[in-house]
Design a protein around this ligand. Structure first.
Ligand code: MLT
Ligand code: MN
Ligand code: ZN
Length: 304
């Protein structure tokens, strides 16, 4: 299977439009060695021509323009996106659905009932799409039963319930229910290889660690280096953990979890603009390099 990183940044992207943190200022001015990143999304394909979109970011137009195979131009209106999987109802993962409103038939959208609830009430994107061609909702269960998607023959998808947080407009904010956030284990039954994708991970529970250990590639929450990173920069009074993101550098943080795993290739995704690892010359980036943990970048391709 083929995996293409459309956007490797967290909400806001890098640089964020209104942000003058060290990283955003530095990348804009060219005074630090760093690469801009659009907001969180990947695409997965079994055959290289039909693509499943994972999350739809506010930057989707640019992401699709930059990924030319996703526009095969077979008809006057066309796309190679055949279905959409949504892992949570956060703004950076669903706003791009509005950009996709001109589709010529209902979108096949795979998400949990909890996410569907938020997207029909607090942030009613699904209702809005109903005024265009609408959607076909395919319920994603949270009991870890594998499912398939017709246009991704040979790929087995397993939704993995994660402890993270629901969006601010969700009744489950601060009190999450299973299905508010899922990771996805994506296994190619032809090659036997699998990807574990979790852009928002607040707590690494035992069942999550098991999927990570067995994966060939992990694309996991790279939001922050330290839990208080955003408050330290004076950007937000929220800790990353309150937003449902586990930091990288603490005892029990993402890096220590990954360091204990032998098999997988380890890649961080959903990297917030405040994270010092974005500066390629930072000591934090050197620490990751030494641990053989990579950073996803926009346009990154992985074949499994
Ligand atoms: C998150 O991942 O916590 C959200 O995307 C933050 C946001 O963009 O508001
Ligand atoms: Mn996010
Ligand atoms: Zn910033």
């Amino acid at each position: 299977m083929y995996i293409h990183v459309l956007g490797s940044g967290a909400g806001g992207g890098f640089p964020q439009w209104n942000c003058n943190c060290e990283n955003c200022k530095g990348v804009r001015a060219g005074t630090i060695k760093a690469t801009p990143r659009t907001q969180s999304s990947i695409a997965v394909s079994a055959n290289g021509s039909d693509w499943i979109l994972f999350n739809a970011s506010p930057d989707i137009k640019r992401q699709l323009d930059d990924f030319t195979v996703i526009q095969p131009a077979r008809h006057v209106r066309d796309t190679a996106i055949t279905a959409i999987v949504i892992t949570d109802a956060q703004i950076d993962h669903v706003t791009g659905l509005l950009t996709l409103r001109e589709h010529n038939k209902p979108w096949d959208i795979y998400c949990t009932d909890a996410v569907k609830g938020d997207l029909t009430t607090g942030f009613p994107v699904f209702n809005i799409l109903g005024h265009f061609r609408g959607i076909n909702h395919h319920e994603v269960a949270t009991d870890q039963t594998p499912f398939s998607i017709p246009t991704a023959e040979g790929i087995e998808f397993t939704a993995v319930p994660l402890l993270s947080n629901a969006p601010p407009y969700s009744p489950h904010r601060g009190n999450t229910v299973p299905g508010d956030n899922i990771g996805m284990n994506i296994k190619d039954t032809r090659s036997g290889k699998s990807l574990f994708y979790a852009p928002g991970l607040g707590v690494a529970e035992p069942h999550v660690l098991e999927y990570m250990r067995n994966a060939d590639v992990i694309l996991v929450d790279g939001t922050v280096w330290t839990d208080d990173e955003m408050s330290k920069e004076g950007i937000s009074d929220k800790r990353a953990s309150e937003m449902g993101h586990l930091d990288q550098s603490s005892d029990g943080g993402i890096m220590s979890i990954l360091n204990a795993m032998e098999k997988p290739r380890k890649i961080l995704i959903h990297i917030n603009n405040t994270n010092p690892i974005l500066n390629e010359e930072s000591s934090q980036r050197a620490t990751l390099n030494k641990a053989k943990i990579e950073l996803a970048y926009d346009g990154m391709d992985i074949e499994l």
